[in-house]
Design a protein around this ligand. Structure first.
Ligand SMILES: Nc1ncnc2c1ncn2[C@@H]1O[C@H](COP(=O)(O)OP(=O)(O)OP(=O)(O)O)[C@@H](O)[C@H]1O
Ligand SMILES: [Mg+2]
Length: 321
């Protein structure tokens, strides 16, 4: 059985469950999501990240995961490409980072609506969707644009499990994330929360387990004192446990790290082979021009193909000896 070790162990069923990471800014939400992504990759559980903050590409410093959109893109995308990208991800069973950080909120919401609808329609195998800054897409008080992205996400959160789909929603502001979506969660990760309105939401969620008042107070007091990387897992009906733990160290670079005064470090990305993705885009998702595909790292792609050829050559030599 697959198991994700993120500082505490979680069953691999996580891939098709609903989770929320809730905490104030700078407390370690994105870092924790990165640890979950690494563990899913190691356990061969496919995942897709919607990244409005350009904060998830760092996983590529260690793991060969395709990046769609944003400054580190292997494949450039536009806000109209939600449906073809979902189709591609399902048909090729890809893990991917979808970096939407260059776009307006409206464009992000349009993409997530079309991506989410298509993913829900086509997906039939275990797959996990991680939505960073989830309150952009599923706010408590939606406007005309977020109303549709909320509907798309709500459908996946409520009914995705039957199609293998799980979701991790990440937000700084538990109080502004849509309550209907929030309360569907199988597991909560509370990191440092201090704002009164947000603490109130955490308290309401803790009530789901029927904790007595004093124990609940103790848990809240802990959460309010947490330092970066400290976390409370709360899963009243799925894992049936509540515990504090320290989130494991990341193996890959954390792209969302607080910017310091020192020299910016150069981060090398590992190669990915995207030939099969390009081929699939041409044959299934439309033509190259339909999806606006651009090779951002042609040398990397050649390097990727080179590795395959080298491996084949070594295999042939081995067979001859
Ligand atoms: N488990 C951890 N171990 C070591 N350092 C950590 C850990 N978690 C977080 N940090 C550090 O804390 C800082 C903030 O982490 P992170 O970027 O994940 O915060 P965040 O909650 O996503 O913030 P924001 O809401 O602003 O996006 C980073 O510099 C990160 O390197
Ligand atoms: Mg973050």
């Amino acid at each position: 059985m697959d198991e994700l070790n993120i500082g505490t162990k979680i069953s691999g069923d996580y891939v098709s469950k609903v989770a929320c990471i809730l905490a104030k800014r700078d407390s370690g939400k994105t870092y924790t999501a990165g640890v979950i992504e690494e563990q899913m990759f190691i356990n061969r559980l496919p995942f897709v990240v919607i990244d409005p903050m350009n904060a998830h590409w760092g996983i590529r410093s260690k793991f060969p995961i395709t990046i769609f959109g944003g400054p580190k893109a292997d494949i450039d995308i536009t806000s109209n490409d939600g449906a073809p990208i979902a189709k591609l991800i399902v048909s090729q069973n890809l893990s991917g980072i979808i970096d939407v950080s260059d776009w307006s909120f409206e464009d992000m919401q349009l993409f997530v609506t079309e991506f989410g609808d298509k993913l829900y329609e086509l997906n039939t195998t275990p797959r996990h969707l991680i939505v960073e800054e989830a309150d952009i897409f599923a706010p408590q008080r939606p406007d005309s644009n977020s109303k549709v992205s909320l509907r798309a996400l709500d459908t996946i959160v409520r009914r995705g499990r039957q199609r293998g789909l799980g979701v991790t929603l990440i937000t700084q502001r538990p109080a502004v994330l849509n309550k209907n979506v929030l309360t569907q969660s199988d597991v909560f990760f509370f990191m440092n929360v201090v704002a009164e309105q947000d603490i109130k939401v955490v308290g309401e969620l803790l009530n789901l387990s029927g904790l007595d008042r004093d124990t609940k107070k103790e848990h809240i007091a802990k959460i309010m004192k947490y330092k970066q990387g400290e976390c409370m897992l709360f899963s009243p009906s799925w894992l049936r446990r509540i515990e504090s733990f320290k989130v494991s160290k990341r193996q890959a670079h954390h792209a969302g790290a607080t910017v310091g005064m020192g020299k910016k470090e150069e981060v090398k990305l590992v190669p990915v082979i995207i030939d099969h993705i390009v081929k699939a885009l041409n044959t299934e998702g439309g033509t190259e021009s339909d999806i606006g595909i651009t090779m951002k790292h042609p040398t990397m792609k050649q390097y990727g193909t080179g590795i395959v050829m080298l491996t084949a050559l070594m295999f042939m030599l081995g067979a001859m000896i």
